[in-house]
Structure formats: structure tokens, C-alpha cells
Design a protein around this ligand. Structure first.
Ligand code: OFO
Length: 176
């Protein structure tokens, strides 16, 4: 049986994942508006990844007989102006999410909730990839430097990104 403390904390995490999705959608909008359509596609793929993260928690709560809470999502603000600044902001945000996932894991361990622990360890691994993705792109941008042609090529490269998650990530309701 899942405790109320864990349910509340997972619901908070669902909200944070939804905010992440919203943030990357906003970044995609800005990049598209600036003419970086390929990088905008990369960001929109990230939006889908974040929605999957939220829905995975959503489905888990339902499988435990608990109710997901649909709360208000804060409006994201994109202050970053350049492509590099956008990926630096992405990395900072992912570090924040990593800390949030670690906090949830620590709570599951404190509560001796091993089912939740198993689930959250999937997110621990996922966060390694999330941070690495941003780091890799920042390194590429640093190599490109002021070379506009290089940025043009990066735009084309990032356009190829497709989600690694099931495209139909709607939460399956537990079997009745
Ligand atoms: Fe859900 O990992 Fe990014 O935020």
C-alpha cells in the first residue's frame, strides 16, 4: 500500500515533469521563431519525452489505487537568447529535476516503499541521459564557436531527433 506522503510527492513530481514539457515547448516556440526549425524539432521531441515521464508516474499511481492530481502548471519564461544559452538553461533545469528525483528516491527509501523505489530508479538513469544530452550539445556549440555554417549544420543534425518513448504514451488504466 502506497502512503499518502509518497502519493503527494509523486503528484508534485508529475507537476514538475509537466512543467518541464511546457518549458521545452516554449523553447521550441522561440527557436522556431528565430528560424532554427531543426533545433525546435529537437525541443519538441524533448516535450514528448517529458510528457512520457509525467504519464509514467500517472499510470503508476493508478496501478497503486491512488489518484493523480491534476494541478496548475506554471507558465515558463525563456530568458535565454542564443542557442547556447538555451541549452545551458536546459542543463540547469535538468540538474534541478535530477535533484528532485533524488529527493523522491530518498523518501521512498525512508518509507521502505520498494515498489516506488524500483520505479524511481528508472528516472535516476533517465536523468543521467537528460543531463548528458544537454552537455553534448553545449560542447558541440563550443566547437562551432562563431561559425554560422556550423550552427546551420547543427540545426540540420538536431532535426533528426525522434522520441525514444512509445509515441502513444497515454496512461493505460489498470486492468479491470
Ligand atoms: Fe523529466 O527529465 Fe527532463 O525534465
Amino acid at each position: 500500500m502506497i502512503s499518502k506522503k509518497i502519493v503527494d510527492r509523486i503528484n508534485l513530481q508529475i507537476n514538475r515533469e509537466m512543467y518541464s514539457a511546457y518549458l521545452y515547448m516554449a523553447m521550441s516556440a522561440k527557436l522556431g521563431d528565430d528560424g532554427y526549425k531543426g533545433i525546435a524539432t529537437w525541443m519538441m521531441t524533448q516535450y514528448h519525452e517529458e510528457m512520457f515521464h509525467a504519464m509514467k508516474f500517472f499510470a503508476y499511481l493508478q496501478s497503486q489505487g491512488a489518484m493523480p492530481k491534476i494541478d496548475k502548471i506554471d507558465a515558463p519564461t525563456v530568458k535565454a537568447k542564443t542557442v547556447k544559452e538555451i541549452f545551458e538553461a536546459t542543463l540547469e533545469h535538468e540538474k534541478y529535476v535530477t535533484a528532485s528525483i533524488r529527493e523522491l528516491l530518498e523518501l521512498a527509501l525512508a518509507e521502505k516503499d520498494y515498489a516506488t523505489e524500483n520505479l524511481v530508479r528508472w528516472y535516476v538513469n533517465e536523468q543521467v541521459e537528460e543531463e548528458q544530452n544537454a552537455v553534448d550539445i553545449i560542447q558541440k556549440i563550443d566547437l562551432i564557436g562563431e561559425n554560422k555554417q556550423g550552427l546551420f549544420m547543427l540545426n540540420a543534425e538536431l532535426a533528426a531527433r525522434t522520441p525514444t518513448i512509445p509515441l502513444d504514451y497515454t496512461a493505460p488504466f489498470p486492468a479491470v
